[in-house]
Design a protein around this ligand. Structure first.
Ligand code: UDP
Length: 380
């Protein structure tokens, strides 16, 4: 008998997302693999989602992302309207075996409140939860509602109420890992790259400082707040600094950006992003926060670029120290590790990605969790 899963992506962006969209990207990667494994997928999203599924359920014709800039009660209103649609759907049919929910605390609360006859729920945690204990404080799903993390470290730091309902973690994957060991290998350049939102947690200031101290070329790629291109930030007025990430960049990172040793290239996408990562000799993660899932880490490995970083968050789970990268808890040692990483073998990174970070590996792991959640729900 085939399994039918209602995948709740929420009302914010279509799936796949038009540009930015971490959660929607995960769903767009997971669903085709689940369907290949014989799962029927009913997607709860917005009307203009184009991901091939067995059925699409929507309340809004298009993504409501712009509402996230509105007052909090309006944001909640949009989320609640979407969830009411999902709950209505669940009440009118009996073929849904499981709900796989991605809609943060509000989605989980709504699905938890459904009666005991409702299908079991697996809710995927996408955030660093240590900072948001109150969000999930009221979770009481009985045996019906379970959660999973995107890394063991994220779960270990999650509030107890969540850990009590956890069925494990599933690492993030990347389509770049498919056949990564068979793709042509580009020549390596002499640059190191930091790929990600410019943000104190991602530590671009530390990376830039070390580049000057140790002497390596560093490319910083990623948006600064809402600014995707250096010229847009340059044209923005003083008020742009109201944004904390802009302030961080201007005060802590820009003093090191000399256009030669350290460059900021803005957001990179598609082929440009892949080429920048694949030709880098190292992908650097000078973290100052507990990275929950680390998509950019698995992308780097899939493109044959060793990872050097601070041993925080999910990094020690994703990177094999001495084989696919080098990790340290010591910020000052990080610069030396960038130089030492030249002994690491890019092919080893690609092979690791093929073995651990393909969408197929992720989908199989989720199937195992779905079974676990259903079994737990069926046990009185
Ligand atoms: N990314 C991108 N272009 C950029 C910066 C980031 O495409 O200039 C992508 C990156 O490749 C990854 C995602 O944005 O797929 C960031 O996800 P990650 O989990 O690494 O970090 P988050 O922003 O979710 O903390």
């Amino acid at each position: 008998m085939s399994l039918t899963v209602l995948m709740n992506a929420g009302p914010w962006l279509s799936v796949p997302p038009p540009g930015y969209g971490g959660i929607e990207n995960v769903i767009a990667t997971l669903v085709p693999e689940l369907r290949r494994l014989g799962v029927r997928v009913v997607l709860a999203s917005v009307g203009d989602s184009t991901l091939p599924v067995d059925e699409l359920v929507s309340v809004f014709p298009e993504g409501q992302f712009a509402s996230l800039q509105r007052p909090y009660n309006q944001v909640c209103g949009v989320a609640q309207a979407h969830l009411a649609g999902v709950v209505r759907e669940l009440h009118t049919r009996d073929d849904i075996d499981l709900v796989h929910d991605h809609v943060e605390a509000v989605g989980l609360a709504t699905l938890t409140a459904m009666g005991a006859d409702a299908p079991p729920v697996l809710h995927t945690l996408h955030w660093d939860l240590a900072k948001h204990p109150a969000l999930y404080g009221t979770l009481d799903g009985g045996g019906r509602v379970r959660v999973n993390g995107v890394s063991a470290s994220q779960l270990a730091r999650a509030p107890q109420a969540l850990r009590d309902h956890s069925v494990g973690h599933v690492h993030l994957s990347t389509p770049l890992a498919v056949d990564a060991d068979r793709r042509p290998r580009p020549a390596k350049g002499d640059h190191v790259v930091v790929l990600g939102r410019i943000n104190p947690g991602k530590g671009q200031d530390l990376g830039a400082r070390l580049a000057h101290r140790v002497g390596f070329r560093l490319v910083l790629a990623g948006p600064v707040g809402p600014y995707h291109r250096p010229e847009d930030l340059a044209a923005a007025g003083e008020e742009a600094r109201q944004n904390p990430d802009v302030r961080f960049f201007v005060e802590e990172v820009a003093p090191y950006v000399d256009g030669d040793l350290v460059r900021w290239v803005g957001t990179v996408a598609g082929r440009e992003r892949d080429d920048l990562l694949a030709t880098a000799r190292v992908a650097l993660f000078p973290l100052r926060w507990e990275e929950p899932g680390g998509t950019a880490v698995v992308e780097s490995l899939a493109l044959g670029t060793p990872v050097v970083g601070i041993a925080r968050g999910c990094l020690p789970e994703l990177v094999a120290h001495g084989r696919t990268g080098l990790l340290t808890a010591d910020e000052e040692e990080l610069g030396e590790l960038v130089l030492a990483a030249s002994v690491l073998d890019p092919d080893e990174c690609r092979r690791e990605a093929v073995a651990r970070f393909t969408p197929a590996v992720m989908a199989e792991r989720y199937l195992t969790l779905y079974e676990r959640v259903r079994k737990l729900a069926a046990t009185p």
